[in-house]
Design a protein around this ligand. Structure first.
Ligand code: PHE
Length: 329
């Protein structure tokens, strides 16, 4: 039997060395080391040996098995490496060539066009922009709607972001407009938990052909859903602003679901924005012919909705720089 084993080892080893392609490896393995291979069948024959011979032969067979296994693995490794080298040579891959630079992408032209623009208008305004061009002449009673910080007879701290409508129209004419104008506003107000003399607004302005009130309502309800949840309802009330016609006030259903709570002052509704169709006079002041163009505008507060969302009961906390407050958000 020992002879048989030695022969097997030699044959196996020789055949393994003769193998030149990884394709031939499984066949070799099957024949020598597989479950039905030669070595396994030798192990099976151990039963026919005497009890003294059995452990000796068993040991030898297992040693040979291990040797062949190791040789097999070595051969497999060498063949794989050779194969890789050959492939690399054939492909003529020069790994020392510099890689192709990885450029960063940018927004597609269509996306850029569709995306809303953000426009920043000045915080220190002229009477002309803050009032007159918005269809609020000098001494017009509507001026009382905005308690104003006057720098001198002609200069004000803007009382709202609406003068930005004029800036945007004059800059973008004759293109259609879809712009957002966020920024700080100032009012000569008595400071209370609900009102500060400095606060933020976000103005929205759309100018185009066939822009209608329903477009405005659609945008505002979409905003309410995105910002506060799909279950929110939007309510429209008639209102008055000199620079929109018709003018509306937009309310959103309160999270108390109309049961009434302190937040909504037991009405079930929260005020979101003042809005309307851009007044023909304002369109003209911006350079757009009202016979051809129409548009909508809205203006909404920033602090009050944030107060609602986070249950903040005093607007003065926003700008009194108390870190105990600021760090909570
Ligand atoms: N500017 C108005 C305000 O501050 C809000 C508004 C903006 C109304 C745009 C209509 C259109 O009260």
């Amino acid at each position: 039997m020992l002879e048989q084993i030695n022969m097997l080892r030699e044959k196996g080893q020789n055949e393994l060395n003769a193998i030149t392609s990884t394709d031939q490896l499984p066949e070799w393995y099957h024949q020598y080391l597989g479950r039905k291979g030669d070595l396994t069948s030798l192990l099976k024959q151990l039963g026919t040996l005497s009890s003294e011979e059995r452990p000796v032969m068993g040991k030898v067979i297992n040693e040979v098995k291990q040797q062949l296994q190791e040789s097999f693995e070595l051969r497999q490794k060498t063949l794989k490496e050779t194969k890789l080298h050959q492939e690399l040579e054939i492909d003529d891959l020069d790994v020392s060539l510099p890689g192709r630079p990885c450029t960063t992408g940018h927004l597609h032209l269509t996306t850029q066009t569709l995306r809303i623009q953000v426009y920043e208008a000045p915080e220190v305004e002229s009477d002309e922009y803050n009032f007159q061009l918005l269809n609020i002449p000098e001494y017009h009673p509507a001026r009382d709607m905005w308690d104003t910080f006057w720098v001198n007879d002609e200069v004000v701290l803007r009382t709202h972001t609406s003068p930005g409508q004029i800036w945007a129209m004059r800059e973008y004419y004759p293109e259609p407009i879809r712009v957002i104008l966020p920024g700080k506003c100032y009012r000569f107000e008595q400071i209370t938990p609900r009102s500060e003399h400095q606060f933020y607004q976000v103005e929205g302005l759309t100018i185009g052909k066939n822009i209608r009130l329903t477009d405005l309502i659609g945008v505002m309800s979409e905003f309410a859903h995105k910002m506060y949840g799909a279950e929110r309802k939007v309510r429209i009330r008639g209102s008055y602003f000199p620079f929109t016609e018709p003018s509306i006030e937009i309310d959103m259903s309160c999270s108390c679901e109309k049961k009434g709570c302190r937040l909504c002052k037991y009405t079930g509704w929260l005020e979101v924005a003042g809005a309307g169709m851009v007044h023909p006079v304002v369109l003209r002041n911006g350079g757009y012919d009202p016979e051809e163009w129409s548009g909508f505008a809205f203006g909404m507060g920033v602090e009050r909705p944030a107060m609602l969302k986070h249950n903040i009961n005093d607007i003065r906390r926003f700008y009194s720089n108390d870190l105990r407050f600021l760090q909570q958000f």
